[in-house]
Design a binder for this molecule. Sequence first.
Ligand SMILES: [Zn+2]
Ligand SMILES: [Zn+2]
Length: 303
Amino acid sequence: MRAIPLGTSSGKPTLKRNVSALALVREAEWLLFDCGEGTQTQIARAGLSPNRLSAVFITHLHGDHFNGLPGLLSTMGLDQRTRELKLTGPHGIREYKETLERLRVAFVTYPIELAEFRSLPELTVVYESPDYTVSACQLDHRLFALGYRIDERPKPGRFDVERARSLNVPEGPAWGRLQAGEDEQLQDGRVIHPAQVLGPERPGKSVAYCLDTRPCAASLELARGVDLLIHESTYTEEFAEEAREYGHSTAAQAACTARDAGAGRLLLTHFSSRFPDATSLLEEAHAIFPNTVLAEDLAEIEV
Ligand SMILES: [Zn+2]
Ligand SMILES: [Zn+2]
């Protein structure tokens, strides 16, 4: 999995940073978290195909997190998308989408399956695929905001070629069937079980996306043991009072969440435009959680 920040500025874009959006890219598809204005241009810059976009997850209805939807939805219509798109977000997003269509602002020709939530106090699965789940939980912002977490399902263990040979399993389709988890009957009548030729199951990766929020129990829960925590850090501690008032986090608070949740790595994003150089945010977080990196637009992170 790769995480590509498409926008890392809070409130309004700057010449170096677009507003919030992040792509989580898997082998054949990708997911979009938030869709600030100009996201579709960033998608093109990142070399991502909108046709491979499976689902969009909006955190909350502040403009810097969803103003890019009409353009992106329309472009996919112009590109003759036929594949269904899943759209998840807070209550109000259905009315927004229907209004865009009624006013002919958005040109949507493909099915959109929409899920919206008015309240989500507990971590709940909101999207599933054969390979992973996406869960959501409400954060603590000025208005209802959702945080998200993606968990890959465990992968089967690696195929042990030596072991298969020593059991005289013929190379070819039989190996494939065992790899796929099926028993295999050999010509001599013996039955080989997948566990005999596969290594231990490999745990899947996990990523949490917590924007915008004050520090809260829900972000800790979302970030519990994740490989990568993507967390807003709008301010430094110097502006802690402002952060609290506007429902945001400081870099130090994001780092405390990463540390207390046992996250593997922390990616800071959603920087106030008062920090044209975000080094002070990085230094502040680093002192608490050393494995911290600053998100830069289009700078990809391997999970
Ligand atoms: Zn924001
Ligand atoms: Zn906000």
